[in-house]
Design a protein around this ligand. Structure first.
Ligand SMILES: [Fe+2]
Length: 237
């Protein structure tokens, strides 16, 4: 009931056309968590990481200033999303609690996917990713993708690389390792430059949730090419 005679319209002041980002505080505050992370986090003294951080926040700031229409996709779950509630609980106890809480507010709206047509059965139960900003929405951008990847405990994500795409992961919850090089905790940032081969393993007891950012030109982000190390090719992560 929103006619003029209704003294209490259900959505007073609601826009008639497609909602824009500023009409949706749930998505807006999630993106502000990304902006704060990439603006205020340390580069650890690395000029390369500092430049990546700046690129992510500049592109995100441009999207926020544009206030785009939302291209909302149908929500979709995958088997691993049964671990999401636990990952958010763990995340809300740690350094990334703001991001975990903001993500909880949109958890029923997320489109979880695999990114490749034939996912190995073992991996299909243990991994999925969702985009919150990018060429496909829900917040539209052609030069930046922001999203989350969720892993079940004791997962190995196969070795891969990204052509013409620079990728960073920030840990939200759980422990994980890349290329057997170190163990990363909530708040850590890892940069994978274009072509860098990487393989991920996660801890035995808890799920692992990572926020990620991809920067690249529109042709690369619109159809992400991968230089793969196996015949079965994950597209994101
Ligand atoms: Fe990756």
């Amino acid at each position: 009931m929103t006619d003029a005679t209704d003294p209490m319209p259900e959505h007073p002041g609601a826009p008639a056309e497609a909602p824009r980002l500023m009409d949706r505080p749930d998505w807006l505050y999630l993106l502000r968590e990304f902006e704060a992370l990439y603006r205020h986090g340390s580069a650890g003294g690395s000029k390369v990481i500092r430049a990546h951080r700046r690129q992510v926040r500049d592109r995100l700031s441009a999207v926020l200033a544009r206030n785009p229409e939302l291209a909302v996709r149908a929500a979709e779950a995958k088997p691993v999303t049964a671990h999401l509630a636990r990952a958010l609980d763990v995340g809300e106890r740690g350094a990334m609690q703001g991001m975990a809480r903001a993500l909880r507010e949109v958890r029923t709206l997320l489109t979880w996917e695999y990114g490749y047509e034939r996912v190995p059965p073992a991996l299909a139960r243990k991994y999925a990713f969702c985009e919150v900003l990018g060429p496909r929405g829900p917040v539209q951008s052609d030069r930046l993708i922001l999203g989350f990847v969720l892993f079940a405990p004791a997962t190995t994500y196969p070795q891969h690389s990204h052509k013409k795409i620079e990728e960073s992961y920030i840990s939200v919850a759980g422990a994980w390792s890349e290329n057997n090089a170190a163990v990363y905790a909530p708040g850590s940032l890892i940069l994978n430059r274009p072509g860098d081969e990487h393989r991920i393993t996660t801890g035995d007891l808890e799920p692992c949730l990572l926020a990620y950012a991809w920067t690249g030109e529109p042709d690369a982000l619109g159809a992400p090419g991968m230089k793969l190390s196996s015949t079965r090719a994950p597209r994101a992560g």
